[in-house]
Design a protein around this ligand. Structure first.
Ligand code: BDR
Ligand code: CA
Length: 312
């Protein structure tokens, strides 16, 4: 099994990613879930993470609160996409899973240092603030982390929060730059991939018909996202972003990418957070990430649905 920490700003699609990980104990051991400010403010992402862990019935998985704002910019949230709570579409009870006393950044550092070299994988589903802060506070972790697998960025699909940038990178571009310049192996799952993974009515109906409480919750959450994306893109079916991070860990053969250099725009107001991906290798900048370009969508949904069926 692969030992992971999930860093997240739930968010409907974050919630589905967390459930997918918790449904896959043979391949993945979730050592902890760390919240970050992103889709909604930190107090909400923390509470949402606790609710989702509880929904999955995995109440021994600890939940930590991370950073309440980006490294140097004002917070940007996305209630217009995710609703006021971040988990609009369902109404979960107040969770009994506690928020741990330790700060999420310290949990990341301590966990990486307490394990063997290259044992811990960091999965990021939101802005990269906590990971960058951990790398700044304890740079020695860079050589010990196995891999950082992140949903973020875009090249062919360009932007979703501005014409030039994807939300997670846009919110904290300085943090993204720290991560991509850290030397830790990074795999990026950008909009180029996630815009292929669409929640069609047929796929949502398959999830709803699982009949378990987690399947019912996922169908309701994803039906809520669809409302927005239909208006925005005119697609039948909203893109499903964050679960790709977990699916990549479960079965990398679903994905196709290439090792390239990605640099983050932090200077320009117009293109803040743009992931300048040297996809055609026109510079001599060394590759710093595995940039995923394609996904086998049918096999992705088969995996997701099979795993959701394992949950309560
Ligand atoms: C990313 O932004 C958030 O709104 C989603 O949860 C996902 O992590 C997509 O750009
Ligand atoms: Ca997210």
């Amino acid at each position: 099994t692969r030992k992971i920490i999930i860093d997240t700003d739930p968010g409907q699609d974050d919630a589905v990613a967390i459930l997918l990980a918790l449904a896959s104990p043979e391949e993945i051991e979730v050592l902890g879930v760390v919240s970050v400010a992103g889709n909604v403010p930190l107090w909400r992402t923390t509470e949402n993470a606790r609710k989702i862990v509880e929904l999955a019935g995995k109440t021994s998985v600890p939940v930590f609160a991370g950073c309440a704002r980006p490294m140097r910019r004002q917070p940007v949230t996305a209630e217009h996409v995710h609703g006021e709570t971040g988990l609009n579409g369902i109404d979960l009870p107040s969770p009994s899973v506690p928020q741990q006393a330790q700060h999420g950044v310290d949990f990341i550092i301590e966990t990486v240092l307490a394990h063997a070299d290259k044992e811990i994988t960091l999965c990021t589903l939101g802005p990269l603030t906590n990971i960058a802060m951990a790398l700044i506070k304890a740079p020695e972790i860079a050589l010990k982390i196995r891999e950082i697998v992140s949903m973020g960025g875009a090249y062919f699909e360009v932007g979703n929060i501005t014409p030039a940038a994807e939300f997670n990178i846009y919110v904290d571009p300085e943090a993204a730059a720290v991560v991509l310049e850290s030397g830790v192996p990074v795999t990026l799952l950008p909009l180029d991939v996630t815009h292929q993974v669409l929640n069609t009515h047929e796929r949502l109906a398959r999830i709803a018909s699982l009949g378990n409480r987690c399947g019912t919750a996922v169908a309701a959450l994803l039906s809520f996202s669809e409302r927005f994306d239909l208006e925005k893109y005119g697609w039948t079916g909203a893109p499903l972003h964050d679960p790709n991070v977990i699916a990549y860990l479960l079965d990398a053969t679903l994905y196709e990418g290439r090792h390239i250099n990605v640099a983050i725009e932090t200077g320009s107001a117009l293109t803040q957070g743009m992931t300048v991906a040297d996809f055609w290798r026109v510079t001599k900048r060394p590759a710093n990430c595995n940039y995923i370009r394609n996904v086998d969508v049918e096999r992705f949904y088969a995996l997701l649905i099979e795993r959701l069926a394992q949950l309560p």
